[in-house]
Design a protein around this ligand. Sequence first.
Ligand SMILES: CC(C)(COP(=O)(O)OP(=O)(O)OC[C@H]1O[C@@H](n2cnc3c(N)ncnc32)[C@H](O)[C@@H]1OP(=O)(O)O)[C@@H](O)C(=O)NCCC(=O)NCCS
Length: 160
Amino acid sequence: MITFQRLNAGDVERLRQIRLLALKDAPDAFSTTFQDAFVWPRDSWVRQLQKLPTFVAVVDGADSGMVRGALHSEKINEAYLLSLWVAPHARGQGVGQGLINAVIDWMRSEGCQRLVLDVGEHNAGVIALYQRMGFKPTGITKPMPPPREHILEFEMALEL
Ligand SMILES: CC(C)(COP(=O)(O)OP(=O)(O)OC[C@H]1O[C@@H](n2cnc3c(N)ncnc32)[C@H](O)[C@@H]1OP(=O)(O)O)[C@@H](O)C(=O)NCCC(=O)NCCS
């Protein structure tokens, strides 16, 4: 069974565990490195949970995927989709799509009309998924921050 849950302020250890799994499994998909995140103090995870709405996919009782949202600091109609990851054993059955939909529902509830994300150009599978869900390239590209500056990211946006 697959369910989607929004983490609450008390779920600090759940966030830390699944985010570290994601960073270890798919290092080239994220700007943050596993090595950095592994030594972050608890306060850092608490702050992330306070600031970023965080959704987890629970598959057969185990946290198996995550995604986060963020409001744009200046554009009131815009939000970001961040940190999308599904555990390898849970892929290919709609979990990723369900997580993206959780962020879309959240941004709608916040009154946002535009959802933006960055994706590495090598990541053809997830690009296909985003396109199928209506995201389009905006034409903005940039290298990832070090140590992955060799990877070019491009921006995609979903307009509601
Ligand atoms: C991208 C990711 C979240 C997709 O999760 P998922 O649960 O497998 O996604 P879904 O089952 O909802 O959708 C799968 C569909 O997306 C596409 N897709 C996703 N990942 C793919 C991959 N690695 N290779 C090929 N196609 C892929 C396919 O179009 C597939 O379509 P299908 O259902 O017809 O087979 C997962 O592969 C992942 O965590 N990857 C590593 C982290 C990552 O790249 N995150 C994105 C950062 S921008």
